[in-house]
Design a protein. Structure first.
Length: 258
């Protein structure tokens, strides 16, 4: 028998393989991360709780550090939520930690920044082990040139050229705190941290950086595309399976129980 009290708010850190899902956000008759989380919460608590995410990942995008919250009357401790939810969740979604927060805490608005990584397999041959998690680019990439291009996008800019669609967004200005390309053996990783992101911003940035790395776009062209502020100018859009939400940062670290 479950005991209940007034509402409290629980925050979860979630890891998932996004290949089988149509993004995070709930969609009618389609598998989504949000639907799976809400279904598991319902089985654990008996409640229909709406899950709010810090970053709405797109179809096929992965996460190691997605942060979500939900309200509940259950008095189960955070560590019990971790074990119970993982029991009901499919194997490609896992709760990595949980904590109780103040009711006015907002996982989206209170986030200072989000960190994403994009993985590129820069190899002569494809790799079955990286399939579905890294974009295969056989042409040799000039990492130095790609990092020079990264310097153009650090700081506060109007990133309209790197957006696919705007929807209800009022501003295309974002602050990129960090942009860097690293390489270890055949794995190239693009690291990007910003206050928030426009739709497809990271994947469009990666698409353009790959063209820079292959010598198809010069650095001055990269700068001109940024300054153009014309929707959809950057790209082509890199495929979603190479992208991973790695961390969401808050003014105070979450005190997670696992």
């Amino acid at each position: 028998m479950k005991l209940f009290n007034s509402f409290s708010k629980i925050v979860l850190v979630v890891e998932y393989d996004g290949r089988s899902y149509y993004g995070f956000q709930w969609q009618a008759n389609l598998p989504t991360i949000q639907a799976e989380l809400e279904g598991a919460i319902r089985k654990v608590t008996g409640e229909s709780s709406r899950v709010i995410a810090a970053s709405r990942t797109d179809t096929g995008v992965h996460a190691r550090g997605q942060v979500v919250s939900f309200r509940t009357r259950s008095v189960l401790p955070p560590q019990t939520f971790v074990r119970a939810l993982n029991y009901y969740l499919p194997r490609d979604i896992a709760i990595k930690g949980a904590c109780k927060v103040d009711m006015d805490f907002n996982v989206r608005r209170d986030a200072m920044s989000r960190e994403y990584e994009y993985y590129i397999l820069n190899s002569i041959t494809r790799s079955p082990l990286f399939e579905g998690f890294a974009y295969f680019v056989p042409g040799k990439l000039n990492i130095r040139a790609m990092n020079k291009a990264c310097k153009f996008i650090e700081g506060e800019h109007d990133f309209a050229s790197f957006a696919a669609v705007l929807g209800e967004l009022r501003s295309t200005v974002r602050n990129v705190y960090h942009a860097r390309v690293t390489k270890e053996d055949e794995l190239v990783t693009y690291h990007m941290t910003a206050n928030s992101f426009l739709p497809h911003q990271v994947r469009n940035t990666v698409g353009l950086l790959i063209r820079v790395g292959l010598g198809k776009v010069e650095l001055d062209e990269f700068s001109q595309i940024l300054e153009a502020k014309v929707l959809g100018t950057a790209g082509p859009t890199a495929p979603p399976y190479g992208l991973c939400l790695t961390k969401v940062n808050y003014p105070k670290d979450l005190e997670l129980a696992a």
